[in-house]
Design a protein around this ligand. Sequence first.
Ligand SMILES: C[S@@+](CC[C@H](N)C(=O)[O-])C[C@H]1O[C@@H](n2cnc3c(N)ncnc32)[C@H](O)[C@@H]1O
Length: 207
Amino acid sequence: MGLYERWVLPRLLDSAMAFPALDDERRRCLSSARGRVLEVGFGSGRNLPWYPSSVERLVAVDPSGESARLARPRIAQASFPVEYVRLAGESIDAPSQSFDCVVSTFTLCSIPEPHAALQQMRRVLKPGGKLLFAEHGLAPDAGVQRWQRRLNRLQNLLFGGCNLDRNTRKLLTESGFRIEDAEQYYVQGVPRFAGFLTRGVASIDAA
Ligand SMILES: C[S@@+](CC[C@H](N)C(=O)[O-])C[C@H]1O[C@@H](n2cnc3c(N)ncnc32)[C@H](O)[C@@H]1O
């Protein structure tokens, strides 16, 4: 791993994820989190202040060691225990059916094998458990899509493999999740090619 990926990228992502308009999305996404929670792609812990008091403990999974370091002050202030596990979402090392909630915010765009990671998220959810998600992705407008495809390679290079054109709903349903509730819109203040958000709750499709 080069200097850029190891040192610059985690700081760049930490700054990008501090964008104020995202706070409201985090708060809404996490409002129903409860019990034992697994957060995939935890990064520098920008979600931590937005978890409600119904959360008992959090396991945070992310492959970036430097992000773990950046997250330390936020972890120290959390009102529940947080365990940071340096792993990729595709290889979550946790027992099956062991979490009440799984959280993924602004992460499915960057996971090299999103279907594999979503399979792991399904595996570790307890029956009746929920996936809480807020993800940017493929926009519905043809003009915006054109820009997303044009800029995708640059976005990939600069932002650690982030893709602008993943279809969040499709990824979830292809991976066996049932979307219970989802809102889709452009987040105000974010360029449209990066700001089409899908936020909601999914559960395991029993069918
Ligand atoms: C844009 S950041 C989002 C961080 C955080 N979820 C947030 O909302 O602020 C994307 C995160 O995905 C992580 N990531 C990249 N590949 C991953 C993988 N295979 N499994 C889990 N996380 C991954 C990166 O290290 C980074 O922390």
